[in-house]
Design a binder for this molecule. Structure first.
Ligand SMILES: C[S@@+](CC[C@H](N)C(=O)[O-])C[C@H]1O[C@@H](n2cnc3c(N)ncnc32)[C@H](O)[C@@H]1O
Length: 211
């Protein structure tokens, strides 16, 4: 995979790494301005390492739900033109604000992704990509409720954390019902179970169905 000036694979000291170009942010390894995107610290990074197209193209406009302390958001911002970063917990938001300080294209929003109407006056419509990684119940409902921001040609990258939905139901059943429920409004393009670093998680790439 080579996507110059967006994300790519780069050899650093004999090892191939996923990298993006931007200001160093959390003590990650760098080479010639390229920052290592550690798949162990980022579910999106883990999926991109497997060469899956999630719709993160150069200058994409992105809504990121579950921004946490901005580790993955920072890499997305190296590629995208704008990232609306929604996080509802004040503690990680403090770190996210620091990440946003060294960039001009991150809009941090201390908001609850279950209530998109509370940020619909800030977030533009016709976005190219929604990235969702919220560890909470009702993950599919959040994806359905935020679809309004997505362009008809945009994509959704959704991580389902099975244990956040229900700790006793086997993850396989959670994944199956999540895909069924999501299919009401999205066409599923690809599903991928995540590797050991992110146990009991499934990534879904989907595109909105016309209403
Ligand atoms: C697994 S972490 C996200 C990690 C992040 N995507 C990354 O790769 O750096 C999940 C985050 O979702 C946030 N979260 C959970 N429920 C939320 C909600 N309803 N609205 C906004 N954020 C939420 C949590 O506070 C937490 O920071």
């Amino acid at each position: 995979m080579t996507k110059p000036e967006s994300y790519q694979h780069l050899d650093i000291r004999g090892k191939t790494h996923l990298v993006t170009k931007g200001p160093p942010t959390y003590g990650e390894q760098t080479k010639n301005g390229w920052r290592v995107w550690d798949p162990a610290r980022s579910k999106l990074g883990s999926v991109l390492t497997q060469d899956i197209d999630v719709g993160l193209s150069k200058n994409a406009k992105v809504l990121y739900l579950g921004a946490a302390n901005g580790t993955t958001v920072s890499h997305v911002a190296d590629v995208a033109s704008i990232v609306y970063a929604v996080e509802f917990s004040p503690q990680p938001m403090r770190d996210l604000l620091n990440v946003a300080r060294s960039r001009t294209n991150i809009i941090p929003l201390l908001k609850d992704a279950r209530h998109p109407q509370t940020y619909s006056h800030v977030v533009e419509s016709n976005l190219d990509l929604i990235i969702q990684d919220v560890a909470t119940r009702g993950q599919v409902k959040i994806a359905l409720d935020n679809k309004e921001f997505l362009s008809p040609t945009g994509k959704l990258f959704l991580v389902i954390k099975a244990r956040s939905e229900n700790v006793v139901t086997p993850p396989e059943l959670i994944f199956k019902s999540s895909i069924e429920d999501l299919s009401q409004s999205y066409a599923i393009l690809q599903t991928q179970k995540l590797t050991s670093h992110h146990k009991d998680h499934m990534a879904i790439v989907a595109e909105p169905l016309p209403q």
